[in-house]
Design a protein around this ligand. Sequence first.
Ligand code: 4HQ
Length: 238
Amino acid sequence: MQIDVLTIFPEMFPPVLGTSILKRAILKKVVRVRVHDLRDWSGDKHKKVDDRPYGGGPGMVMRPQPFFEAVDDLKRQETRDKGQGTIPYVILLSPQGERLNQKTVERLSKKPWLILLCGHYEGVDERVRVGLADEELSIGDYVLTCGELPAMVLIDCVSRLLPGSLGDQASVKEESFSLQLLEYPQFTRPEEFRGMRVPEVLLSGDHVRIGQWRKLQALRRTMTRRPDLIDGPSNSSN
Ligand code: 4HQ
């Protein structure tokens, strides 16, 4: 998979892309990530990418032109390099987007080419949504300072699903189950730590009882903390 990022803070990306599983996935060419400075397309001698909102009001709005021209250039470059162009799937990260979940991550992991648009200030000109983005995604109901962290979240969760990135696709299956039911409590040594003991059943060696205990704990935990996972979309999330 190819991922291009359009951002005014390209320097935020290398530390994340250069660490752990993402680093390995990139080295193994499971995913190729290119981060571009949106200011390169500002078309302005001061490299300005924002402007004051029509109709007034506080803050600044990101101009549409740098986003549109950057995407045009990336497409042109792709057509030049590969003869026949792959079509990019363009995603705008914003709190107004549909909430990202594992189902969406799975769908996106099947795309050959993603372009991620990171917003700033009060937001981006509406024409970016209407005329450029194929989809708008939010990583959750809280307000961040920028769209860069959401873009990195998306790169992370999509990349780990790509064949060859985890080394063990069994853990992909397992973790996707863990989204239907929360994990049971885990313990490692020592048997007692600061007065807190490991549940006796886990030391019993009785794997039938251990299995039953874990199932019960997982169910209890899900019911108290995330009833929405059991009730389905009617309740709140997923
Ligand atoms: N922002 N999920 C404001 C987010 C966000 C989110 C990104 C803050 C865009 C302009 N994006 N900027 N939550 O809070 O995706």
